[in-house]
Every structure is written in structure tokens, then in C-alpha cells.
Design a protein around this ligand. Structure first.
Ligand code: ABU
Length: 379
């Protein structure tokens, strides 16, 4: 770290990585059924989804792969930090809800985001994840105490009461789902501020936020009000063919200035591509994943597109899951040095390489990668 660089400093998804948090599967539990989530066993839809702690074997297999990522990052000179232990098997009772157990700390990306020199803790959208910031608090205090230039913001916690959700969402017939989906109405209503950090993607001065099952319009309004006075421009993006959108990093993945990996089954809403094309960004479709949705791990609630959930070490180095050969070939052809690690056992915890990490410090400053942008910030 250079003497004058702030302990927390990350403005985009690709600058050279210096310090990163990698998740841990310790004490992980199955995600409970709740108004914001209806987990299902992938190959047996009628079967009850397990509850409580995951097996030791499932935890050990995921931890082995997470440790492998840690070793790779360390070999590239990255300082790696880990979440503090947390008892996810403890039930939660608040004035507004009860939930039988919590989830896990495999995916810090869902909860924590670095926006320049500021750490923002997301509101979260699901009950079992209400306290998921806790495994990272010790680290946040360490960064905040170490450097007075570090800012730390916790977004307003929503009630997560029944009224915050549309539980019938899960039972909408296909036609209604299609109609509602184009109105971007999902399982969370618009009454409270709701967002998961993984619905955001950082491109210097510009931040994209996906409207989804886990981020509503009130959440995006809060982010705009918070970030735009600090010089960011916050853009809402939509992927209308994604029936269950949650987290942008399997859909629209910036790799370096001017290049975004896109999901061929989830195009941007018509018109939203303009800001990229007008500023000479190239949108390149990812190849079909090696696994089909039916072949994804039994308890995994994410899509086959975890294939494109890659992690950038720098604008020229990217980490891919070891089986995703077609994507590795595409990225090599685009000029990247591609590193690979096995990561399929992590999939059942809801993410792959990008989800399982949170970048705290990357070399670099805030740049404007969209000089030709017609945009009026809120303030
Ligand atoms: N947590 C990312 C999952 C996104 C997807 O299933 O496509």
C-alpha cells in the first residue's frame, strides 16, 4: 500500500486488487423459507427444503474451495481478510418477524460494498440475512479506526414485517409473472428502503443498480440521495427477461474500462444500452455455461449463470471457475490472463467468485468512464 492511499479505496470492479475479504462457509445454514425467499430442492420440487445447519461435509468442501481462492489471491500479492465467526443457527426474533435460523457468510458481496473511500452496509432484503453484517463489523471498525478518511455508512434497516413483502409473488402464474416482471414488481413492495449490495456495480463515477427481487425503487432512491451529493451518478438498470432477478453480477459484469460481459438470456431494457454505446463501451455476451440449470447443485438457488460471476484481480487478470472453459477461452481471446480455481461446491451458498468476495482496496482513483453522458443528478 502506498503511504498516501486510503485504507479503504475501491472505485470500480477491475482496478489492481490490494485487499479483499473472502467469505467463509463456517457455521453456514440452509436459507429458511420466508416471504422474501422460497428455496426449493432443485431435482425434487415437492420435497421440503432442509432447515438448520449445513452438513460438515458441505461446509468443508466449500471452505476448501474458498481457501483455494485465498491462496491464489495471496500469490498475486493481495492481502486477504476473512469474516469473524458467527452462529448462523441462532433463530432471530425482532418486533416484526421471527425466523428459525440465519444463513451464512459465504457471500460478503451481497452485504458490503466499497464506494471509493466509503463502506456501505446494505439494508438486505431477507429476514435470515438481517444481521449478516455482523461477521464483517470487526473488520469495518479496524479500517475505520485506522484511517480518518474512511467513511462508514449503514443503510436504514427495513422492518422485514409481513407487509414489506408480496408473498403471493411466488405463486403468480406465468402470464401474471410476465406482466408484473415488466413493471418490475417482485416479492418486495416499494414501501421501505430495500437493497442488497450485490445489485450494484461500480464503474468509477457511475454506479449501476439493478431493480430486482432484492432491491426496490425506494432502495435505489436512497442510494441516489446518498451517493449523488458525493459526486457519483447512480443509474437504474433492468433486465426484463430475468424472471427472478437478484444481484447484478451474473448478468452484467464490467471487466475493464470499455468492456462488459453480458448475459445473452438477460438483455438490458431497451434504451438502457445507450449510455454504454454512446461512450464506446463494448458489450460482449458470455458463452453458455458448462452446467445447465438442471445440473446445478441440488440446494443451489442461483442460476447456471454463476458461470459469469468472475473476479477481476486487475484490468488484465481475471479469475474464472475451473470448469468454465468456453468463458475462459473468450476471456483469453479478449486479452486477459485467466486464472482458474474449483468453486462448484460454493454454488449452493448462492454465489461464485465475485459473490464470495468484497474488495476493500484497489489501486486507483475515481475516473469518469462516461464522458458523453446526458445525466441530471438528483442534487
Ligand atoms: N447471487 C447471484 C445469483 C444470480 C443468479 O442466480 O443469476
Amino acid at each position: 500500500m502506498q503511504n498516501d492511499s486510503v485504507v479503504v479505496n475501491s472505485w470500480n470492479e477491475w482496478d489492481p486488487l490490494e485487499e479483499m475479504v473472502v467469505g467463509s462457509a463456517d457455521n453456514a445454514c440452509f436459507e429458511p423459507t420466508e416471504p422474501g425467499s422460497r428455496p426449493a430442492v432443485r431435482d425434487s420440487p415437492g420435497m421440503p427444503f432442509p432447515t438448520g445447519p449445513k452438513s460438515k461435509e458441505a461446509i468443508d468442501l466449500a471452505n476448501e474451495e474458498l481457501d483455494g481462492l485465498v491462496r491464489l489471491l495471496q500469490s498475486q500479492g493481495v492481502t486477504v481478510r476473512r469474516p469473524a465467526p458467527h452462529d448462523f443457527s441462532r433463530p432471530l426474533t425482532t418486533p416484526d418477524f421471527e425466523v428459525e435460523n440465519q444463513y451464512c457468510s459465504v457471500c460478503p458481496r451481497d452485504v458490503m460494498i466499497t464506494l471509493g473511500n466509503e463502506i456501505v452496509e446494505a439494508t438486505m432484503s431477507r429476514r435470515a440475512r438481517y444481521f449478516e453484517y455482523q461477521p464483517y463489523r470487526k473488520l469495518v471498525y479496524e479500517y475505520w479506526n485506522a484511517d480518518p478518511r474512511v467513511r462508514w455508512t449503514t443503510a436504514p434497516k427495513p422492518s422485514m414485517a409481513d407487509g414489506m413483502y408480496r408473498e403471493e409473488f411466488w405463486d403468480w402464474p406465468l402470464e401474471q409473472r410476465h406482466e408484473r416482471m415488466h413493471a418490475f414488481e417482485f416479492c418486495v413492495t416499494q414501501d421501505e428502503v430495500v437493497f442488497d449490495a450485490a445489485d450494484m456495480s461500480r464503474l468509477g463515477r457511475d454506479v449501476l443498480v439493478q431493480e430486482s427481487m432484492t432491491t426496490n425503487r425506494a432502495g435505489i432512491r436512497w442510494l441516489k440521495q446518498h451517493l449523488e451529493p458525493r459526486g457519483f451518478r447512480v443509474h437504474t438498470v433492468h433486465f426484463p427477461l430475468d424472471f427472478f432477478p437478484s444481484h447484478i453480477d451474473c448478468t452484467f459484469v464490467p471487466l475493464r474500462p470499455g468492456l462488459i460481459l453480458t448475459n445473452p438470456e438477460r438483455p438490458l431494457r431497451e434504451g438502457e444500452e445507450k449510455m454504454f454505446l454512446a461512450n464506446d463501451w463494448e458489450l460482449v455476451d458470455a458463452p453458455q455455461p458448462v452446467l445447465t440449470n438442471d445440473e446445478m447443485p441440488q440446494y443451489c438457488q442461483s442460476s447456471k449463470w454463476l458461470s459469469m460471476n468472475v473476479l477481476s484481480i486487475s484490468p488484465t487478470k481475471v479469475v474464472c471457475e475451473e470448469n468454465e472453459k468456453p468463458l475462459q477461452d473468450l476471456l483469453s481471446g479478449l486479452g486477459f490472463e485467466v486464472f482458474t480455481v474449483p468453486f462448484r461446491h460454493v454454488f449452493e451458498y448462492g454465489g461464485s467468485l465475485h459473490c464470495a468476495t468484497w474488495d476493500v482496496r484497489r489501486t486507483g482513483t475515481r475516473e469518469d468512464y462516461f464522458p458523453r453522458l446526458d445525466y441530471t443528478p438528483l442534487v
